[in-house]
Design a protein around this ligand. Structure first.
Ligand SMILES: [Zn+2]
Length: 410
């Protein structure tokens, strides 16, 4: 069993220990007799840091992850296998202090926040997740309003500002039962470690915590969403809250600059722009309709009729697929017996074949054949088909050839 130094001192970043075991499979790892490294558990992710053998002070072993193992042992996973390290060697362990402080701020922040939700709205926390960017708690509640979120955030920050002591103590399960804990863990062991935020929260927990609530710094609630068992609330505490607020502000400032507006006017400006886009899109659709109708009329006027039928062939330099589809529709509506072979070279080489309803061709089959030659994909119904080619060069020649094939049928 590894002696866990972090249970008694969360601020112990530097410790001495003895190597108990060196393993290489499945990956390089060390087991020590005692450790201040926190292993991933109870929602809190592990510490990282360094282990330095006393015999070779120059070789710093990077600890990338720490985990609980069987029989109460703590495994320190290393970035690379250690050279000539034997059991019994004395080592010095160094915890990454920035990461540990961050974890203490998030975890103690979570206790304060969870207690705030219980005190204000009787909403218990059913799970806690600590991520790289943000943390979250799941609350057991059928509903959660923005006002409730803001009230819990306010109370949590008041408790932080009051700088209340955070004490760790040990009690028996029986004693714990009488103390009215916010959360009592499943009955695994007789002795329980309690985290006591003076006159505010008492809960069983094995994590690393600040010694005064003021060290949490601040707590900032972000996204909330409905999850299966209740509501999930994302939050950031301490330096993370400042980093997140800084990133939010930069994003908002960049956005405001695009609108040449004050940051607080961004929603109003964005709404105005969206309304303009919607209205312009509508106008554009209408113009496209009118343009397609006029273009269809002019194409029909310049195309000679043979046996009461017209064959319209046209390759555009820069119309989009939607426009040539629209044009094909207008052509077949404006003339009772038209066959149209249309294409556009850019932005994307595309083709549309269409004929009047009940015409003699099979446009879908014709498109498939054409695409097999051009090296693209396409198809459609008997009267209307579309395709996309990879190259624009052969479009003119291909449509001319097709027109020659179809001419006798006119
Ligand atoms: Zn905890």
């Amino acid at each position: 069993m590894t002696t866990r130094l972090y249970y008694h001192d969360s601020f112990l970043y530097d410790f001495d220990a003895e190597v108990h075991e060196v393993t290489d499979s499945p990956r390089p790892a060390l087991i020590l007799d005692r450790t201040a490294f926190y292993p991933t558990s109870g929602g809190q992710v592990s510490d990282t840091g360094w282990i330095i053998p006393s015999v070779d002070a120059d070789s710093k072993l990077r600890v990338t992850e720490v985990a609980d193992s069987q029989h109460g042992r703590v495994v320190h996973y290393l970035e690379a296998p250690p050279k000539n390290l034997q059991p019994g060697t004395r080592v010095r362990g160094l915890i990454d202090p920035t990461r540990r402080r961050d974890h203490m701020q998030q975890h103690s922040g979570q206790h304060v926040l969870s207690a705030a939700f219980v005190r204000l709205f009787n909403m218990p926390t059913v799970s806690f997740h600590m991520g790289g960017d943000y943390c979250s708690i799941d609350l057991e509640t059928p509903s959660l309003t923005q006002d409730q979120i803001e009230a819990a955030e306010r109370l949590a920050n008041e408790i932080i500002l009051e700088n209340r002591p955070v004490d760790t103590r040990y009690v028996t399960r029986e004693e714990a039962g009488k103390l009215g804990l916010r959360k009592l863990p499943p009955a695994e062991r007789d002795e329980l470690r309690l985290i006591d935020i003076r006159d505010f929260d008492l809960t069983a927990c094995g994590g690393t915590h600040v010694s005064q609530t003021g060290q949490i710094g601040c707590i900032f609630l972000r996204k909330s969403e409905k999850v299966r068992q209740g509501w999930r609330v994302e939050f950031v505490a301490g330096q993370r809250a400042v980093t997140t607020a800084r990133r939010d502000y930069s994003t908002l400032t960049d956005t405001a600059a695009l609108f040449s507006s004050h940051v607080y006017d961004v929603p109003q400006q964005a709404r105005k722009s969206l309304d303009e886009i919607r209205s312009l899109r509508k106008q554009r659709e209408q113009s496209q309709e009118e343009l397609a109708a006029a273009q269809a009329a002019s194409l029909l006027a310049e195309t000679p009729e043979a046996n009461g039928r017209k064959l319209v062939v046209r390759v555009f330099a820069d119309r989009d697929l939607n426009f040539i589809k629209l044009l094909a529709q207008k052509l077949t509506r404006q003339h009772p017996a038209v066959v149209a072979l249309l294409a556009t070279k850019s932005p994307q080489p595309s083709l549309v074949f269409a004929q009047f309803v009940g015409g003699p061709q099979d446009m879908g089959a014709l498109m498939k054949e054409t695409m097999a030659k051009l090296g693209g994909r396409g198809g459609g119904s008997k009267d209307m088909a579309q395709g996309g080619a990879s190259k624009a060069e052969e479009l003119d020649a291909t449509l001319e050839e097709l027109a020659r094939q179809l001419s006798p049928l006119k």
